[in-house]
Design a protein around this ligand. Structure first.
Ligand SMILES: [Zn+2]
Ligand SMILES: [Zn+2]
Length: 257
């Protein structure tokens, strides 16, 4: 949306962190709740520009919770020390703001990390950065089997590494350097994903059918109502015409007299 957006300058370079933007409503709330942070946010550009608000709160939005926590910690530290240190917040912004948020179970068409030995183990850029990359840097052999750069899959992908359970599986697999164990657990998860997908599809089709039924019932009752209304009109117009006739007969009688 094109409007005024607000961001923070990098604490060391002063460069505006335009990958992290908030709306004026959130800005007002932040400055009311975290008073030591007043004046921290500045316009992301001098004129309205297209962006989105990074503080939209949903149950799925982990980043919003992390941003609010960092803002809260920074405000508390500023109140204690009198110095506003934005480095932790800026570090988080630098690390995550440019990477799209994990799609979890929703199929998306954007680059993902893949492992040629376990092709079904598709991992989003965010989860890769949080989990696989540090393991790779530590020298974990399984982590090194991931392609070094993310690739586009023609049918899109879902993330197989966002849940706590799959992250535990991953840790166990790299601890034992056990590719077979990883392959098995990923296959199990894929089967579950397909089952859930089929159930969701059946549910969606059922809802669609119920909606269509409800629509045809409403159409039917509308037709019935229109029909009843027309009959009533005809009946009424008969009455009117009868009355009118009576009245005219009466008048004609009067005039005749
Ligand atoms: Zn907002
Ligand atoms: Zn993910």
């Amino acid at each position: 949306m094109t409007r005024m957006w607000y961001t923070i300058p990098h604490p060391d370079t002063g460069v505006l962190q335009r990958d992290f933007t908030i709306c004026s409503w959130c800005l007002a709330n932040i400055e009311t709740i975290f008073t030591p942070l007043r004046g921290t946010f500045v316009p992301a550009s001098p004129t309205p520009c297209p962006a989105t608000c990074d503080l939209v709160w949903t149950s799925e939005n982990k980043r919003c919770a992390a941003y609010v926590e960092l803002l809260s910690d920074t405000a508390a530290a500023t109140a204690d020390t009198g110095l506003r240190d934005l480095r932790k917040l800026a570090a988080y912004v630098e690390r995550f703001a440019r990477i799209p948020e994990c799609p979890r179970d929703v199929v998306v068409k954007r680059p993902c990390y893949t492992m040629p030995n376990v092709p079904e183990f598709t991992v989003c850029e965010e989860c890769y950065g949080e989990t696989v990359k540090p393991d790779r840097q530590r020298g974990a052999q399984l982590a090194a089997q991931f392609n070094a750069t993310p690739t586009h899959l023609p049918d899109g992908f879902t993330c197989q590494l966002y849940s706590d359970r799959m992250r535990r599986v991953w840790q166990q697999a790299i601890a034992n350097n056990d590719l077979a164990f990883l392959r098995l657990r990923v296959a199990e998860r894929r089967t579950k994903e397909k089952e859930i997908g089929a159930k969701m599809e059946a549910l969606r089709a059922r809802n669609e059918m119920l909606r269509a039924q409800a629509y045809s019932y409403s159409q039917m009752s509308m037709i019935q109502w229109q029909h009843a209304f027309s009959l009533n009109c005809i009946a009424n117009s008969d009455l009117y015409s009868t009355t009118t006739t009576h009245v005219s007969i009466k008048f004609s009688k009067v005039y005749a007299i």
